[in-house]
Structure formats: structure tokens, C-alpha cells
Design a protein around this ligand. Structure first.
Ligand code: AVJ
Length: 336
């Protein structure tokens, strides 16, 4: 396929696909990721850890979708209900003709709850997995004959590297799903600053944030009875085995998830059931019975706690939508 703008470090932008004139595909240059090094450093000695991004191999992504269907896992359901109830108010507050940018768009399911009301000037999904990005984008231009999509294949963890060819006009950054909860406080602030920079001085951010609540509710959400979250957590070991040529046996670990009230986060770990030796990239590591590998933090904010974090990154709260139980929140924030 023909490419335009193959300039130094500029990435590539393809002309619209022939089957429809409203889908543009941009690929951003990426520094080579040192995933092997990152995993080995995290696992070599205690306290051991695996970053949550490694959950999402293709099986892990399917398991996550099944988590969202479990009765105990409320965040996805409550957030979706908030979009259903408030899409008109959200659209009225945001205004029409915004350039709608979604980092980590995945299958672009949530944005569909807003598109008809929001009527953005264009939709800009950013996604590292090209197959998800293109599949979702093609579906959107087919379903919404008025919509232009600028699909950007890029990693957003080190800032939003947006192509220069995007349409002008005020922007709305969209970051649903309480993904912000996976970041430690300092990286969360740093990431919100990336979003602030990407949205410009006349832009806004719409972000979904899970809230602090009774520990029993939180702990049930990460320990569903059907064992899907446990399978999701244990599956990360299969992914690690492939990435660093390891021989982890998931059956020798147990899923462990609990609310840490001091840090206001749900932690997930994998606890070794036995004394064992695991080989990673030809080096043995000894793991004692009861020792844990930390796999995820999911921070739970108070409304004020999140607003303070956003304020720190240069955002002023405009409106907040919450369910009656105050389990989940949507924040519309303006750049200051
Ligand atoms: C996708 C990060 C929002 O933290 O609740 C679900 C991931 N982990 N069950 C979350 C997850 C275990 C989820 N986020």
C-alpha cells in the first residue's frame, strides 16, 4: 500500500482505504520495547512483579471480556449504565464537533454509547494492537455513515504522539474503563499531564474512575465465584513463559486479590503453593512456598482525591456523573 509522509520520525499516514473515504490509518514510530528485560528485572528477585500490561495476550484479552460479564465485577456494567443514562447531558456539556481522541481504544465499544449524541468532527482511536484498531475502525465507519475515523497505531504509555494530519478544532480526550487505576499515583499524574498536553488549551477530558467503597464489594469484584479473575491472573504466567522462554507452571500458584486500604488499591498477586525453581531465559530462580508475585494494582479514588490529581495535571472539573451507590464516576474536566 502506498504511504504518505514517510519523513524522519514522522510515522506514516495512508490515504483513505478504497472501500470508504472516511478511514485514515496512521502508524507512529515506536522505540523497540525491552519487554524481556522488563520481565526479567521484575522476576529475578523479591519483591517480584509482572506489569499488568502482560495480562493481555489474546487469551488474556478474552478472559478480561469474560470478567466484565461476571456478576461481582461491577465497574464495566456501572460505567456503561452511566453512559446510557447521561450521554445527552455529556454531549450537551462537551458540545458538538470535537475531535474525539481515545488512547487504548481496543475494540472501541464504549465510545459507541456516545457517538450519536456527541457527533464529533472525527474519531481518533489510538491502539497498539493493529488488528483491533483496524477491525474496530472499519466497523465504525460502516455503522456511522457520517463519521470520519483517523486510526492511529501507537503506544500511548510515553505520551500521545499524534499525527500532524489530524483535523483542527477543540479536542475531547476519552479515557474510560478506570484504566487510570492501574497507574501508581506519580505515573497517574504524569499520564494525566500527557493527556493535558494532547488536548490543548481549549480541550477537555472525559475519564471513567472507579471509586473507593466497602472492601467486601471490592474484594468480591476481584474474586468472582466462577474463577474467571483467577484464570486471568494465572494466565499471565503462560504469556511470560512465551516472552522470556520460561517454564512457570500456573498450577503451582494461587490467585490472591485483596483491598489494601492504606494505599486505597486492590492488589492482585500470584502466590507460590510450593518451594519451586523456575527457569527464565536459561537462569533458575528459586521461589519459596507462600512467596508472592505482584501482578496488578487497581487504585480506587474518592471523588475529591481524583479531582485533586486532575487539578495537579492542569484540569479543572466541569461535571461529574455517578451512580446512586457512588461506585463509579465519570469526570468531565476542562484544560486550564
Ligand atoms: C482494566 C484496569 C480497569 O483494574 O479492574 C479486572 C483490570 N483486573 N480484574 C481493573 C482487572 C482484574 C481492570 N482495569
Amino acid at each position: 500500500m502506498e504511504t504518505l509522509n514517510r519523513g524522519a520520525g514522522a510515522g506514516t499516514s495512508r490515504p483513505p482505504e478504497p472501500e470508504h473515504q472516511r478511514l485514515f490509518v496512521h502508524t507512529r514510530p515506536r522505540p523497540p520495547a525491552d519487554e524481556r528485560g522488563e520481565l526479567l528485572r521484575g522476576l529475578r528477585e523479591p519483591p517480584r512483579c509482572i506489569a499488568p500490561k502482560f495480562f493481555y495476550d489474546s487469551h488474556g484479552a478474552k478472559l478480561f471480556d469474560r470478567i466484565t460479564e461476571q456478576p461481582e465485577y461491577y465497574p464495566t456494567r456501572v460505567e456503561r449504565e452511566l453512559f446510557r443514562q447521561h450521554h445527552r447531558d455529556i454531549a450537551a456539556a462537551v458540545g458538538p464537533e470535537r475531535l474525539l481522541i481515545e488512547p487504548g481504544s481496543g475494540s472501541s465499544e464504549k465510545v459507541e454509547l456516545l457517538l450519536e449524541s456527541l457527533r464529533p468532527s472525527a474519531y481518533v482511536p489510538l491502539e497498539i494492537t493493529e488488528s483491533h484498531l483496524l477491525g474496530a475502525s472499519r466497523q465504525l465507519v460502516q455503522r456511522y455513515p457520517w463519521l470520519t475515523v483517523h486510526a492511529v497505531c501507537a503506544d500511548y504509555s510515553e505520551g500521545l504522539d499524534l499525527p500532524a494530519e489530524l483535523p483542527a478544532g477543540p479536542r475531547l480526550l476519552f479515557f474510560p474503563g478506570s484504566t487510570i487505576g492501574n497507574f501508581e499515583p506519580e505515573p497517574a499524574r504524569r499520564f494525566l499531564r500527557f493527556l493535558r498536553r494532547a488536548c490543548g488549551d481549549d480541550g477537555s477530558l472525559l475519564i471513567g474512575v472507579d471509586l473507593r467503597k466497602e472492601p467486601a464489594v471490592l474484594e468480591a469484584a476481584y474474586n468472582d465465584r466462577a474463577g474467571v479473575t483467577a484464570a486471568f491472573n494465572l494466565n499471565v504466567l503462560n504469556h511470560v513463559n512465551r516472552l522470556v522462554d520460561g517454564d512457570f507452571d500456573p498450577a503451582q500458584f494461587r490467585h490472591c486479590a485483596f483491598f489494601n486500604g492504606t494505599d486505597s488499591r486492590v492488589e492482585m498477586h500470584l502466590e507460590s503453593l510450593v518451594d519451586q525453581t523456575v527457569t527464565l531465559a536459561n537462569s533458575p530462580i528459586a521461589i519459596a512456598a507462600g512467596e508472592r508475585i505482584h501482578t496488578e494494582n487497581s487504585y480506587k479514588y474518592t471523588l475529591d482525591g481524583f479531582r485533586e490529581l486532575a487539578d495537579n495535571a492542569g484540569f479543572r472539573p466541569r461535571e461529574t456523573w455517578c451512580d446512586e451507590r457512588h461506585w463509579f464516576s465519570l469526570h468531565l474536566l476542562d484544560a486550564v
